[in-house]
Design a protein around this ligand. Sequence first.
Ligand code: MF3
Ligand code: CO
Length: 256
Amino acid sequence: MIIRKTPAELEKMRRSGLLVYQILEKLREMVVEGVSTLEMETVAEQMIADAGAKPAFKNYYVPAAGERYRFVLCTSINEEIVHGMPSAKRILKKGDIVSIDTGVQLDGYFGDSAVTVAVGEVNGQTKKLLDVTRESLELAIDKVRAGNRLFDICGSVEKHVVSNGFSIVREYVGHGIGTQLHEEPQIPNYVDRKNENPRLKEGMVLAIEPMVNAGKPESKVRSDKWTAVTKDGSYSAHFEHCVAVTSNGPWVLTRP
Ligand code: MF3
Ligand code: CO
């Protein structure tokens, strides 16, 4: 069942969404050569505490990993797709891309957003990967309207990515969000006719998160049990927003 939120609940989700936005804006500024991903983690953890919120990812149990996640951020560099773990040993260098994903729980409601940032100048293909992934999310956001269907979202991401020569990760998907970080429905970044295709209704909140590879779609998980990487070593980008269905169209909760 897809849980629909009341206007009062959406206002609460807006507050968690804006906190996530502020954290990602701060971290985006920190992305320079020489910074470690653990330094970013420390700043994010402090901002969450200062806001009286709780991190959504830290201590979150993920069945596929068989354990709880230990950080407030996922920081995935280059060929890492998602769930890269912050570390003092992971120092950003020019030409890298880093996906920063974080979530918070504030007043009982979750917010979740991700952005991929280039460290200095990156090559043309990598710049295009970031642009196309960001654009695919924007095209999907525009489909978040009452009366549309889930496949309108999935299909708009898929079409834009594939027509630009990139590939879509199939093992990780977006999700509904509310009083739980992960609610129904699952939101793949591709149309799979075997899935249900529910109609979108006012009050639904969707965390849409295209994960796009420059090369082939296949992924694997490193021996650390968390870090998902491309099998072919190609770079991967990830952008995410939480979007509510309202009578005025899409409301992106995770940006002003
Ligand atoms: N944005 C990702 C998701 O919604 C990040 C989850 S990290 C985890 O699944 F550790 F919490 F799993
Ligand atoms: Co998410």
